[in-house]
Design a protein around this ligand. Structure first.
Ligand code: GTP
Length: 246
């Protein structure tokens, strides 16, 4: 047994894609990037990495610019989505900085070429980075307008042969109603892709969920705010909602 398989013993998922919303990086602020919050997430990722997981990241851009909001304000949609994709690059660079501050090796790969500041997305190279223990941060979504970062995350999870897509949110799973407003809301431990699509549960957008269904990659929804939650999810423990085929 090699060193890597020893350290990853006990992990339910060894290679995962972690999706974080841009808003999560705002921390207590109303806008932008809060570095202490980035560092908190970086520490969670570092601990999971040390436990033997191979991790790649997709971060949204809504803390800086939302393509949909730009389009709603009269901007041409493709143009607005390009600006949203640029926002995700800023977030990727901020998380790279946070991770490197605590000694985690990272690489940022962008779906839109901007060679002076990060690598272009090259699938086989990204896989090699992960095998070497680097955290790969995928920026600029799919590189195309009309897609969300959820869909970008689903696409990269499939391309990287991830065993799960972990969706870190403000609450610890998918609830029957908004738990912040309804005390009777219950958390589902398990849902099928079909449940999510047919009941229009707003976990991720439908194209991301259907891509996960087609590639049979489970989506695990969990809270980013509970310390150790990422490691728990990787070990199949802790509160979460698992969305899978059956
Ligand atoms: P190995 O080949 O596994 O050693 O990977 P590596 O990423 O360390 O190799 P490389 O020598 O290609 O990269 C060294 C550094 O340059 C890393 O920090 C990369 O992220 C960075 N780098 C590589 N390609 C590009 C690029 O196209 N643009 C930018 N901005 N940085 C790059």
């Amino acid at each position: 047994m090699d060193a890597d398989s020893e350290t990853s013993e006990g992990l339910k998922y060894k290679r995962v894609l972690l999706k974080i919303s841009g808003e999560a990086l705002m921390g207590p602020s109303d806008f932008g990037i809060d570095m202490p919050t980035c560092l908190k997430f970086a520490e969670e990722i570092a601990a999971a990495r040390e436990a033997g997981a191979e991790i790649c990241l997709v971060i949204g851009g809504g803390n800086i610019f939302r393509g949909m909001a730009g389009a709603a304000n009269g901007m041409e949609r493709s143009q607005a989505d390009s600006m949203g994709m640029l926002a995700t690059v800023m977030n990727a660079l901020a998380m790279q900085s946070a991770l490197e501050t605590i000694g985690v090796q990272t690489r940022v790969q962008s779906g839109i070429r901007m060679d002076e500041i990060c690598e272009p997305f090259i699938r086989r190279r990204a896989i090699r980075h992960m095998e070497k223990g680097r955290v790969v941060i995928f920026a600029a979504g799919t590189g195309n307008p009309y897609f969300t970062t959820d869909t970008g995350a689903a696409l990269r999870a499939a391309e990287m042969h991830c065993e799960a897509m972990l969706k870190g949110t403000q609450v610890d799973g998918v609830y029957s109603a908004d738990p912040k407003h309804n005390p009777d809301a219950v958390r589902y431990d398990h849902l099928t892709y079909q449940d999510v699509l047919a009941r229009n549960l707003r976990v991720m957008d439908a194209s991301a969920v259907s891509l996960m269904r087609d590639t049979n990659i489970p989506i695990v929804v969990f809270s980013l705010h509970n310390k150790g939650a990422l490691q728990d999810v990787l070990s199949g423990k802790g509160p979460s909602t698992v969305i899978s085929g059956s």
